[in-house]
Design a protein around this ligand. Sequence first.
Ligand SMILES: [Zn+2]
Length: 182
Amino acid sequence: MWFPAHLALGYLLGVRSRLLLGWCLLGAALPDIIDKSLGLSGVLPAYQTVSHSIFGLVVVVTALHTAVDDSTYRAGVAFAVGWLSHLGADLFQLTLDGRVAHAAGMLGWPMTHWSNPMVDGSAPGYTDTLLSWLPFLSEGYVAQYLSSASFPIELLVCLAALALFVTDRYRKPQATAGQSRR
Ligand SMILES: [Zn+2]
């Protein structure tokens, strides 16, 4: 899934479920920050590896187990919800786009999934472009992404988060003004 859509989903979940927003956003963002950094730096030959697998879930369980009091527990829950939303959204997007094998394989990395089409070139349009040194920003990838089945849904999630953000910002000054009049 598109990185902004992960942030948007984390924002929607965090605000609607009254979670600690910063921790929820961190959980939603971290799997891509970690794995795409590892992929781009050439440490691993794919962009959905450690953090997108069952091993990544260990991080989430650890986050919950390190809770020593109520506030760290709330941070752990928000982080876990954000992280799980990232994995769930990627699985949903890959399945919707017909990449079921990749979706299933992602969770079992490195046993079930090692490299991916962006790197080995087995999917047309991923590596044959101007910016092939940065595959997920290449022309072929962008074109493929914009025409994918999941793109309209991702766009909708981003717009919903933006709408919630704007209405929240608009409502807060009014609530503050209302309180100060009392
Ligand atoms: Zn991801």
